[in-house]
Write a new protein. Sequence first.
Length: 199
Amino acid sequence: MLLALAACHRGSSKPAREELAHPLATYGTQRVVLAPTARIRGADTSSLFRDMGSARMIGMLVDGRIMAQLRDHGLDARWILPAELQRAYERNRTYAADPYQLAVEPLRSAAFETGSKFGEPLSSQLRTMIALHEDVRYVLLPVEFRYDGARAILRATLLDPRTAEARWVGEVKSDPAPSTAAFAMTQVASRLVDLFVAP
């Protein structure tokens, strides 16, 4: 009986571990907006990233790594990517929010956690954004990419504009002392997308 109980316990722990490793897997196959990386801190002035250009350029490179990971996992076909957001904005300038000018400052605070509410003007910006795309409810917003001198860190949020609530807030990190900036970007992008991949 003890052996049977132990076996049941071992068996039940595997799904729990998988859920912890892939906490956003239920969102992965839904229609999700991937917003552009909003802020860069420290990376554009560090020796590791300096040759990659301005903060805007670094942000676009991070976005490119995230999109490549989505493509590698077959998720990109359903997701709305930054280029499509930009096209929608260009067609609806009097109505839509510029995806590169979102009011993300409250999301950068450590006090902003999973379950937190966000207010104006971001809530209106995101509601307008999803309204321009069919069957979309959630926005993955990479809030801030930073380099602390030891590793690259990407703070990201999964937001529900209809309820103005954060479904998930977290950070993904590269290994310490990455060999190159490109490797650090790829690591954080891979670790972010892995959260959405079903085990």
